[in-house]
Design a protein around this ligand. Sequence first.
Ligand code: DAH
Length: 351
Amino acid sequence: MREELSVDTVEQVKLQAFQELESASDDAALEQWRVAYLGRSGKITQLLRGLGALDPDERRVVGAAANKAKGVLSDGLDLRIKALKDALLAGRLDTESIDVTLPGLPAPQGRLHPITQTRREIEEAFVAMGFEVREGPEVEWDRYNFDMLNIPKEHPARDMWDTMWVDNENAEGERSMLLRTHTSPMQARIMEATEPPVRVIVPGKVYRYEATDPTHEWHFQQVEGLAVDEGITLANLKGTLFEFARRVFGEERKVRFRCDFFPFVEPGVDMSIDCFKCGGDGCHICGHTGWIEILGAGMVHPNVLSGVGYDPQKYTGFAFGMGVERIAMLKYGIDDVRNFYANDLRFLSQF
Ligand code: DAH
């Protein structure tokens, strides 16, 4: 005979369900319990299906009780699952032990950017020869970037540097503040503030108003060098830069100096090293010449010395400037300067 459907029946089913849930102690038993009560033909589902046979008043009351029972039973199931999991874990903690001496997971390790590495290597070579490392402003006055370096306004030598101005034109149509186009302005700043002897290098970022291509960036880094004292000659320049080339590009390096023009030096030179790839026979790195140009240099122009208040009769000096990216490209055989600033870890993590 069919059991009569009432709030009592619902309560009884619920009670029985809870008792059985308490004794279900593994995944299989819990699943069995779920099917038996909450599954498609489970007891609670059956009760809900039977509601249709009741008269409306009863249906409302019994239906509410049955739905509530369904809710608390499925909450109960969730709690039971969690309790069993916790117990399992507690059991493991009691019986197992953790070996704190096991090696940990390796933490990903950062590294210095290849340009920073190269810059430091250049710095070390000069510091070892008694040079001091100084830095200067990247936003510079026209005066230091050009005038004090013997490059007056309207002089065609200014065309050697594509300039990014950062201020507006004044009434005369002139601008005076720029992103420095080279690190040379620090020559004047340092000499203005110091008495000779001076022996410094100035690493730092420089900017040019320029389209990028494999050998041009609109921003890059340079290392400037300056030595001023009584009796400094071109021989000192050659000795110092030769030593630098050997430290950075290998003991067996040869160097070559040729005349070049830079407004702030007289005479001006460029320095090349013999090709470390082909040893001077000629290859694609050295453009089949056997030589690679790596920097510009020269004896500080008397106008630059007197401009900062040094007596050019008493003091002489040499200066040089090199591009850090260029040095790094040569050292590592990189053919596109833009790689350095593309933030591609596949490239950067090779250094
Ligand atoms: N400032 C020059 C440039 O950016 C590089 C340079 C050449 C610096 C000769 C010097 C030098 O100090 O003597 O092209």
